[in-house]
Design a protein around this ligand. Structure first.
Ligand SMILES: NC(=O)c1ccc[n+]([C@@H]2O[C@H](COP(=O)([O-])OP(=O)(O)OC[C@H]3O[C@@H](n4cnc5c(N)ncnc54)[C@H](O)[C@@H]3O)[C@@H](O)[C@H]2O)c1
Ligand SMILES: [Zn+2]
Length: 260
């Protein structure tokens, strides 16, 4: 165990500070206690320190408990892009206590609920209706099972991008002012509309509000993210599938999320 780090971010400077303060030998274990920012940073530090030491994730946010601390992805942000440098490095174990969520701010809880609704849509179950303990258990189990089937993100795990192509574009167009959960809520709305599905779960649970961002900037961000091919995760009767959609259809769906 070694952590006296009070993480503010997950930049290269935070990583260097953490590396230099670890003082572990190769048999040591890094314990990451915190939200996704902390587990991403500490997990990547563990992946790289002495060519890799073990780590344990103890996520303390809803995002962390249902998403960030599950699946073995670790990363830091660079000024050029978020999560640009990282590694697949599964924690030796992930310890989750939903009681920790009691102190979360409403805005942080909302970020997590967007991922809970995404997971429920993928699982075909109203997971958002459960109380925290069961909700976290089921969401974490769903993501873990999917990631174990596809540890290096080469196939089935793409389903987890549901709503995220649109969400990332809106976040980028807002200069990252828009919280991830609000962006994903809007992204899920677009994905359900394009899938011809009922949008009620997203509307009722996440109350997405159109955002005021520059439409061209959002579109350019989406194209950059997709590197030319407009493959979007849609939700069918049998679960998620990726489909290449016509540009006009994708652009119209994005525009509908933007006000003004
Ligand atoms: N590795 C992955 O697969 C993955 C998946 C999703 C997100 N992420 C990453 O996770 C990060 C976002 O994580 P996050 O949403 O948990 O945010 P965060 O870690 O930045 O935490 C948000 C805020 O909540 C506070 N906080 C943490 N636990 C608390 C508690 N129990 N009570 C009160 N306050 C608490 C933190 O101090 C912080 O101010 C992003 O960097 C994102 O890229 C990674
Ligand atoms: Zn997300």
């Amino acid at each position: 165990l070694a952590s006296t780090h009070t993480a503010l971010g997950k930049g290269a400077d935070d990583l260097e500070r953490l590396w230099r303060s670890l003082g572990l030998d190769r048999a040591g274990t890094v314990v990451a206690l915190g939200g996704g920012t902390t587990t991403d940073l500490a997990g990547f530090a563990a992946a790289t320190y002495m060519r890799g030491v073990e780590w344990v994730a103890v996520p303390t946010t809803l995002v962390g408990q249902v998403d960030a601390a599950i699946g073995g992805k670790t990363a830091i942000d660079l000024p050029e892009a978020k999560n640009l440098v990282g590694a697949f490095h599964w924690p030796a174990r992930t310890v989750i206590d939903p009681a920790l969520l009691a102190t979360l701010q409403a805005s942080e809880r909302a970020n997590g609920m967007a991922e809970v609704v995404k997971t429920g849509l993928l699982a075909g179950e109203a997971l958002w209706e459960f109380a925290d303990e069961e909700l976290v258990r089921r969401c974490a189990a769903y993501k873990a099972a999917l990631c174990l089937r596809d540890p290096h993100d080469l196939g089935p795990r793409h389903a987890l991008n549901l709503g995220h192509t649109f969400g990332h574009a809106l976040e980028a167009a807002s200069g990252y002012e828009l919280p991830h959960g609000r962006a994903v809520a809007l992204g899920l709305l677009a994905a359900l509309r394009l899938s011809g599905r009922d949008t009620a779960p997203v509307v009722d649970v996440l109350s997405p509000e159109p955002v005021r961002v520059d439409r061209d900037r959002a579109w350019e961000a989406l194209l950059r993210d997709k590197k030319g091919r407009l493959r979007i995760v849609l939700l069918g009767a049998g679960g998620a599938r990726e489909e290449e959609l016509p540009e006009a259809e994708v652009r119209a769906a994005l525009d509908a999320l933007i006000s003004g």
